[in-house]
Design a protein around this ligand. Structure first.
Ligand code: COA
Length: 333
């Protein structure tokens, strides 16, 4: 049975940078509050409709394929993780295709696991490779969050946190059992769905389309921030250790830990709890905010570009998000 390895990574973020100071002009908030509670200084907002989720995903995918040295025409499967598809249906894995030069009508899978989407996608890609079903898999995490946020004071707890962007990985087989995706674990606990969610639009509304919105708040994301925080700081280390255990390793064996970029306080607490030195923990939330399914591949791709992460490094990933969902993967890059 083949192992699967990461042949290349890429990322794309919109050019528009929105600083905390700019948010101060839209809502009652301060740079000091946002920096202290989240570590975020700025984020990128997409220029829609041009910079859609599928368009940004395609730009990240093209960069990942260039790094992998694999032509677009060789891709045989797309897995797209996002909570912000361009449309209610079809999903972004399909609307990506007109932006790409794929050869033939390759299959397109959408996964909706929010901040854990990229890790869920890695597990799925690994299973596809091991089964022999596909051998050139494009895994994308991309989000346009900025257009869904309530940018008034009423929405400030979520509006300051989320940002837009895309990251992608190319996953291929290898005969080397010690290289590539070595272990993974994913979980979900749906009883907490309403602690971090966006209720509308919903097929439970009858009729779904109404001439006048009766409660506009149902169309904005809702987050029970403290509750999410408490669960995240427990689940991140728990699932990373679960994954490392499967291959007889410990956090001390990792060269790098790339957590989903949820909040700098969560990242720092988890890193300390795992006994990792801060230099081993990748954090770029100050520049991008929380880009949900895109956050891990953006952080990973950036750390390759600036020379921190090198081939052969042992990397631990962990994510937690809406659902609740969480997961981890350990990769010999
Ligand atoms: N600017 C200024 N004040 C704000 C604010 C903002 N952007 N957002 C909230 N506040 C206010 C609240 O209204 C509240 O005021 P009150 O005391 O008068 O009621 C006060 O700040 C404290 O709010 P609270 O929600 O208790 O703050 P917190 O310390 O829990 O921090 C989060 C809020 C959202 C930063 C924090 O809960 C968090 O990071 N949670 C996890 C979020 C996350 O990671 N989500 C993604 C998961 S994948």
């Amino acid at each position: 049975m083949k192992n699967s390895r990461i042949a290349g990574l890429g990322h794309y973020v919109p050019s528009r940078v929105v600083t905390n100071q700019e948010l101060e002009t839209m809502m009652e908030t301060t740079d000091a509050w946002i920096t202290e509670r989240t570590g975020i200084k700025e984020r990128h907002w997409a220029n829609v409709p041009e910079e859609s989720t599928s368009y940004m995903g395609a730009q990240a995918a093209k960069a990942a394929l260039i790094q992998a040295g694999i032509p677009e025409g060789e891709v045989d499967c797309v897995i797209f993780a996002t909570l912000s598809s361009d449309y209610f249906f079809p999903g972004a894995a399909c609307t990506l295709q007109p932006h790409m030069n794929f050869s033939g009508n390759i299959p397109a899978y959408d996964i909706r696991m929010q901040c854990s989407g990229f890790v869920y996608g890695l597990q799925m890609a690994d299973a596809f490779i091991k089964s022999g079903m596909y051998s050139r898999i494009l895994l994308i995490g991309a989000e346009v969050q900025s257009t869904s946020l309530n940018k008034s004071t009423a929405g400030r707890d979520t509006a300051v946190i989320f940002g837009d962007g895309a990251g992608a990985a190319v996953i291929i087989p290898t005969d080397d059992p010690d290289n590539g995706i070595l272990a993974h674990a994913v979980h979900a606990e749906g009883k907490y769905a309403k602690e971090l969610w966006c209720e509308g639009p919903s097929p439970l509304d009858n009729p779904r389309v109404k001439p006048v919105l009766d409660d506009v708040n149902r169309y904005y994301p809702y987050m029970n921030g403290r509750y999410v925080f408490k669960h995240a700081v427990t689940r991140f280390p728990e699932v990373l250790k679960e994954t490392l255990d499967k291959i007889g390793k410990t956090p001390a064996d990792l060269d790098w830990f790339i957590p989903h970029q949820a909040n700098l306080r969560i990242t720092e607490a988890v890193g300390q709890g795992l006994g990792l030195s801060p230099e081993k923990v990748i954090s770029n939330i100050h520049k991008y905010g929380n880009t949900t399914a895109a956050s891990i591949p953006i952080a990973w791709s950036e750390a390759i570009s600036d020379g921190r992460i090198k081939r052969g490094d042992l990397i631990g990933l962990a994510a937690f998000g809406a659902g609740f969902t969480w997961g981890s993967a350990v990769i010999r890059f």
